[in-house]
Design a protein around this ligand. Structure first.
Ligand SMILES: C[S@@+](CC[C@H](N)C(=O)[O-])C[C@H]1O[C@@H](n2cnc3c(N)ncnc32)[C@H](O)[C@@H]1O
Length: 427
């Protein structure tokens, strides 16, 4: 790993001796500002793990990379990085965030965009009547918004430089989300109330311009750090499912120095619906499978049985759920079965002496707390890895449900997901 001068790093990385909470820190520095995403890891956690366990790392892998938080932190430290995610929108964002693109090229493209009379163009064009992947366009977007997004999408289609185009696509994705009739603060697709919709008149071109400028500042910071490195790190974003396999040609066995990841907390249907979150922008961007990923994510394939795992605490929790809610216990079991397969595959990639860091939450299902931190430890131990430490932190920044009703009984509200565990293992 290349050591970086102190001035190049965000201040937070230099202080906070053993604080994993990082309360009040800026989490949207450099390309971390590009795009919102559910359950993002905060960069400071990935950075601190790298500084502590990845001092000699040359290759970082994230098996659930999402928008690439740990990959960016690896890249700015001069480490080659690779990630995989089944969500095409997450892959697009992660690729943009880890790609060095000339700030001058992006600046001139943004200036050209500012000069382009998008509003006039929107008046002239034939607006989209159908966008593949969105069943009811008029339900999710106002007619003026459809016009403006059609014009924007056409404009982006004319950008030749693929890296600059991707930079614009990421800003466009957030513009789609913010100008849609969906409640922006929700990850699932919920439409605004009729009252709110009466006064909701988003200025699509202004939103896009703001995203471009914000992201440009982030790019400048990233390019300054990466540009000063003796060698630009490699960044590969893949689309394989670690539950099934990790292709040897992409991540050779024994090649990974450090894994830093935050896997899903549970199946997509009952935790974070990544597919739903991404659906509208993925559809406008023409990305593959905009609406069918949730069933392919971890725990998406239901099982007929409750599996017995190499972790007594988990088996016990599953039995307690099954005693009152058998179907729910099967769903939870399906999630851990996927996690177990994925961990077997990840273990095989690790080089001897390398470290694995999983950031997880212990969610509650039907009033039973699932000991995911212990589960991860046991699964890795079954694959020959040794436990180094489990740190815990409260989650002040992560947008997750802090209180819900795990028993589905109206009014029964239980605190959940307020702590996060960082499980560190070594091979
Ligand atoms: C908690 S998020 C990761 C967020 C990421 N750390 C970030 O900061 O953006 C979990 C990710 O796992 C992905 N995922 C779920 N199941 C997967 C699987 N079987 N293979 C690969 N990725 C999967 C989801 O699409 C989601 O992007």
């Amino acid at each position: 790993m290349i050591s970086m001068s102190k001035t190049l790093f965000p201040l937070e990385l230099q202080s906070c001796a053993d604080d994993w909470t990082f309360n009040g820190v800026r989490t949207r520095e450099i390309t971390h500002c590009y795009h919102d995403y559910p359950a993002r890891m905060i960069p400071q956690v990935a950075g601190k793990l790298l500084d502590r366990f990845g001092k000699k790392a040359h290759f970082l892998f994230d098996p659930y990379c999402g928008t690439g938080t740990s990959l960016v932190e690896g890249a700015v430290r001069g480490i080659d990085v690779a990630g995989t995610d089944l969500n095409p929108l997450a892959r697009l964002i992660a690729t943009a965030k880890t790609t060095y693109v000339s700030p001058q090229a992006v600046r001139s493209a943004i200036d050209a965009f500012h000069r382009f009379p998008l509003a006039n163009r929107a008046d002239e064009i034939v607006p989209a009547t159908h966008v593949a992947g969105i069943t009811n366009l008029a339900f999710w977007f106002k007619p003026t918004v459809v016009r403006a997004l059609t014009a924007l999408s056409e404009y982006i289609g004319t950008i030749d430089n693929p890296k600059v185009k991707r930079f614009f696509q990421v800003a466009f994705s957030e513009t789609v989300r913010e100008s849609s009739n969906t409640r922006n603060e929700e990850f699932k697709l919920y439409r605004y109330s009729p009252d709110k919709l009466k006064t909701f008149n988003p200025d699509v071109s202004r939103i896009m311009a703001e995203k471009l400028e914000r992201n440009y500042k982030g790019l400048l910071g990233f390019a300054k750090i990466v540009g000063a490195l003796p060698q630009r790190p490699k960044a590969d974003i893949f689309d394989f499912n670690t539950v099934d396999e990790i292709p040897e040609a992409k991540i050779p066995a024994g090649s990974v120095d450090i894994v830093i990841t935050s896997p899903p907390y549970g199946d997509s249907h009952t935790t974070v619906a990544y597919g739903q979150y991404s659906r509208l922008s993925a559809a406008w961007l023409g990305l593959p499978e905009p609406h069918s990923i949730d069933s392919k994510l971890m725990g998406g394939r239901t099982q007929k049985q409750i599996h017995t795992f190499p972790c007594d605490e988990l088996n016990d929790a599953l039995q307690r759920i099954a005693s009152s809610h058998l179907a729910r216990a099967r769903e939870v079991s399906a999630f851990y079965l996927d996690l177990e397969c994925s961990i077997r595959n990840v273990s095989a990639c690790m080089r001897r002496g390398g470290h694995v860091c999983y950031v997880v939450g212990n969610r509650i299902v039907k009033n039973v707390q699932l000991p995911t931190d212990s589960v991860i430890r046991s699964f890795f131990e079954s694959n020959g890895l040794t436990h180094v430490a489990t740190f815990n932190r409260s989650i002040p920044n992560k947008r997750m449900p802090e209180r819900n009703s795990p028993s589905n009984v109206a009014g029964a509200v239980v605190s959940t997901m307020v702590r996060e565990y960082i499980v560190v293992m070594t091979r």
